[in-house]
Design a protein around this ligand. Structure first.
Ligand SMILES: Cc1cc2nc3c(=O)[nH]c(=O)nc-3n(C[C@H](O)[C@H](O)[C@H](O)COP(=O)(O)O)c2cc1C
Ligand SMILES: [Mn+2]
Length: 475
């Protein structure tokens, strides 16, 4: 299902019956609150806010865009009716064979319908919400991309970093750590005493939203990856203020410069994080001075605020698809599924064990790539890794803790980790330990393990197909 831009995507969501229109909400905590409550519902709808308090009618905010598995599949161009694990597998396979597509240059685009330059710039016109009660300010960028050009290679990085409003023409951009491509690129300009040209793109094509979250190699542009997902190159024009290539069909674009930190930094945050806490507090952050704002008529700001888990920006755990792919590339056979729960804080691998040590081999690879994840679980192939209740059943019945739980120390976490003690965090600690839980039948006697009385996934599915309507009372 191809769609041209965010507006087209919203139309497709409406056709699926998954869009709700919300009028007269307040950007001060209310839009954020409604978004969080909706995201907690079993069939979380997408929300389009209009007539936002304090803003011109038509200036809209769109949230929960890809929060359901169905809409995450739609955004990837996959069949939205696939079951979640089948959809993730389809994405894993598609991802391995994507052909990257370089954007094509165009002269004009709908995002240039309105432009404010220099002293006309006023971010106050745009409905940037105050998402959570104790946030340090309004955030215009939660689901927006930060565009920069590498001064050496010339390639374009387009990733998601949050953007806080600090004045009419001033925002901060938050790099979680100095290894972010955006942070590396900006430093190259700053080391030469120059500001870094930058643009913030909002209301972009959902394929670009997904690409902006992917861990791509340095030198690979998220623009090309988005084109590959979309199956057609992005159309970009040359930003008049920065010379950066910018998506013509975006809703709102800010252009400007990220000034060297020696000149100015501002305290950023606190901001409600995806763990459900304020763990990073306030930190000094690079400042962007905005020299131009472009937007479509009646622009739509795509908001993707972090929320308390299990809510997450994407209804399919895309990082689990990369781990699944990593396992295959590393030569680990018989993986039947990988999933992440609790907003990617827990990784589960399901496999058909073929040899002793097979499960641990998979677990160690998955643990290495589990950002902030303290729990890594391996289950047998009869357990659906996307079903947390099934995973807990496997843990409580197949894992002997004294034998099958290992702890890996000093592993990959983040300054956003709420459980790193304050003094350790202050001294720069961003690692934690990971528990690897082998919840598989022990390999040496797996054939003597008591037989399960449960229906197999295939049997249960066949029953659902035949008797589902009777059980639901719709027949
Ligand atoms: C909605 C959303 C918000 C995010 N916010 C941030 C952020 O504020 N800072 C950050 O460093 N990463 C953030 N991330 C994660 C990065 O976008 C992601 O790790 C990306 O791969 C980094 O790209 P890079 O490899 O080009 O640096 C966010 C991701 C999403 C989906
Ligand atoms: Mn990148």
């Amino acid at each position: 299902m191809a769609y041209r831009d965010l507006r087209d995507f919203i139309t497709a969501v409406e056709r699926l019956g998954a869009l709700r229109h919300v009028a007269d909400a307040d950007p001060h905590h209310e839009i954020g609150g409604i978004t969080e409550v909706a995201a907690g519902q079993p069939d979380c709808p997408a929300l389009l806010f209009d007539r936002i308090k304090g803003h011109a009618p038509g200036f809209r905010v769109f949230t929960n865009a890809t929060v359901s598995p169905q809409r995450a599949a739609l955004a990837l161009g996959l069949d939205p009716s696939l079951r979640p694990l089948a959809a993730l597998k389809a994405w894993m396979v598609k991802r391995q064979t994507l052909t990257s597509m370089t954007p094509v240059m165009v002269k004009d685009g709908p995002v240039l319908e309105n432009s404010d330059r220099r002293d006309k710039v006023d971010l106050g016109k745009l409905p940037a919400p105050f998402w959570h009660a104790d946030d340090g300010g309004r955030y215009i960028g939660t689901g927006s991309l930060v565009i920069m050009r590498d001064p050496d290679g010339g390639w374009i990085n387009a990733s998601i970093y949050r953007v806080q409003v600090h004045g009419k023409a001033k925002v901060t951009i938050q790099f979680d750590h100095p290894g972010r491509h955006g942070a590396i690129i900006a430093k190259k300009y700053w080391d030469h005493g120059k500001p870094c040209p930058v643009a913030v793109v909002n209301g972009e094509h959902p394929a670009l939203f997904i690409a902006g979250f992917e861990y791509l190699p340095e030198g690979a542009s998220e623009y090309d990856f988005a084109g590959a997902i979309k199956g057609a190159p992005l159309e970009v024009f040359t930003g008049p203020a920065t010379g950066l290539p910018l998506p013509a069909h975006a809703e709102i674009i800010l252009e400007g410069e990220l000034v060297p930190p020696g000149q100015e930094t501002l305290l950023e945050g606190p901001f409600g994080e995806f763990t459900g806490y304020y763990a990073a507090d306030k930190r000094p952050c690079p400042v962007m001075i905005i020299t131009a704002v472009h937007h479509r008529n009646d622009p739509i700001l795509l908001g993707s605020p972090p929320m308390k888990p299990p809510r997450f920006h994407f209804g399919l755990p895309f990082r689990a698809a990369s781990i699944w792919s990593n396992l295959e590339t590393a030569g680990v056979t018989d993986v039947v599924g990988v999933w992440q729960h609790v907003a990617q804080l827990m990784t589960v691998v399901a496999l058909r064990q073929r040899y002793d040590g097979h499960a641990k081999r998979a677990a160690l690879i998955a643990a290495a790539n589990s950002y902030m994840g303290r729990l890594v679980v391996v289950v047998d192939d009869d357990v659906d890794p996307s079903n947390l209740a099934d995973v807990m059943w496997a843990i409580t019945t197949r894992c002997e803790p004294s034998e099958q739980i290992d702890i890996v120390h000093n592993a990959w976490s983040s300054a956003l980790d709420p459980r790193i003690p304050p003094d350790a965090k202050a001294s720069g600690v961003t690692s934690h330990s990971k528990a690897i839980i082998e919840a598989c039948r022990p390999f040496a006697w797996k054939d003597k393990f008591p037989k399960t009385s449960a229906l197999s996934q295939e049997e249960a599915r066949a029953i659902e197909d035949k008797w589902g309507k009777v059980l639901k009372g719709t027949k």
